[in-house]
Design a protein around this ligand. Structure first.
Ligand code: TXA
Ligand code: MG
Length: 349
């Protein structure tokens, strides 16, 4: 398949290109587009054949439901009922990195929802994304625009790397600002529950409903009696080819342990990367350090995490050692993604 690639600098100047991509969605095609969380791989959510193309392009398991993207807060076409708390969350956080799970109407085909009675809905805060949805005159189903299992793309070059030749259109835009996928809140249960942590933190959600909790299964290694409620959270994910290990604990001890493990493995001839922050980078004299951001603002770490995991592959790393983060604010989302990249291999020091 020949993939058309267009760069969008500005929504009004480049409207014709977005319109062309929207035509492609209307005709049942697949379009990669920027969002503020990660890039998405979209198709008309109401068109079964189009949605099947998404699963095929990504190599995505059929039992993993897609979320749909809207450009208006009017959801009665797609959702059976909108509980008051969902309405409040929508008014507070949309457009933005928050997906709300609601009971779905029959207009949403079973392929899109992977046979669930519910559907995840999100209004992205990226103007290109919203323009694309608006011009497509439908709702766009879109998972992250990566090959299943790889880190989600926050840069359009990574979408080209994964999906060139497998999709109809790639709309390139700016680097994703949030860097981790949307927070998912299941509003079909009372009180609502967070199925995936993201840029909208638990602290922020609790300002709307203090009873909101995070699905316990997602922060621990999944087991037979503790299964994540979002089907996608059970798969190995975000993993570079290298083996990732998290070292977590008090700062000095973490650095000491990483230095020791890096030294040991370099002696054995391994190629080693370290995922660190501005405050700690000077402490490492061996291995290849990748600075994610600053401890003074963890959103900088979230923004560059997936790109850093992909960089480890570019560098041909055998092993990656990542510093752990306090599970507070966006630190919860960072640790969730790191844990999955590491297959829950974490050393507490
Ligand atoms: O930020 C995002 O949400 C990005 C951008 C492109 O919008 N999209 C994204 O989609 O991350 P995806 O498919 O990579 O992740 C969607 C997650 C999966 O873990 C899936 O299992 C879960 O949402 N999910 C979708 N519908 C669900 C439902 N009805 N009930 C429970 N979990 C659901
Ligand atoms: Mg994904």
């Amino acid at each position: 398949m020949k993939t058309k690639i267009s760069m969008i600098k500005n929504v009004s100047e480049d409207e014709e290109k977005i319109r062309e991509a929207a035509e492609c969605i209307k005709n049942g095609g697949t379009v990669v587009f920027p969002t503020e969380t990660v890039y998405g791989l979209g198709a008309d959510a109401l068109n079964e054949e189009a949605v099947e193309k998404i699963f095929k392009a990504k190599g995505r398991p059929q039992d993993n439901p897609l979320i749909i993207h809207v450009s208006s807060k009017k959801l009665d076409l797609y959702a059976k009922e909108i509980p008051k708390v969902a309405d409040e969350l929508i008014n507070r956080f949309w457009p933005g990195p928050l997906t709300i799970i609601l009971s779905k109407k029959d207009i949403i085909p079973n392929v899109t929802s992977a046979n669930l009675n519910s559907i995840g809905i999100r209004m992205p805060d990226n103007e290109v994304a919203r323009k694309l949805i608006e011009l497509s005159q439908t709702t766009i189903a879109a998972p992250s625009a990566n090959i299943s299992g790889r880190p989600s793309p926050t840069d359009f070059q990574r979408c080209i790397e994964d999906l060139d030749g497998k999709v109809d259109y790639i709309l390139g835009g700016e680097q994703s600002d949030i860097g981790v996928e949307s927070t998912i809140v299941d509003c079909t249960v009372v009180p609502p529950i967070v199925l995936r942590p993201g840029g909208i933190t638990l602290e922020m959600l609790r300002e709307v409903d203090p009873r909101i909790e995070i699905d316990k299964a997602i922060m621990e290694k999944p087991s037979e009696n503790l299964k994540p409620k979002a089907p996608g959270m059970k798969y190995k994910h975000y993993a570079p080819n290298a083996k990732v290990t998290i070292i977590s604990g008090e700062r000095k001890k973490t650095i000491e342990k990483i230095r020791e493990m890096v030294h040991y493995n370099i002696e054995k001839g391994k190629k080693v990367c370290i995922l660190t922050v501005e405050e700690n980078v000077d402490e490492y004299t061996e291995g290849t350090s990748i600075v994610l951001g600053s401890l003074s603002d963890l959103s900088t770490v979230a923004r560059s995490l997936f790109e850093a995991l992909r960089k480890c592959d570019d560098l041909g790393a055998d092993l990656v050692f990542a510093e752990g983060y306090e599970e507070k604010g966006v630190g919860v989302a960072i640790m969730n993604r790191l844990n999955k990249a590491a297959g829950f291999d974490i050393i507490n020091v």
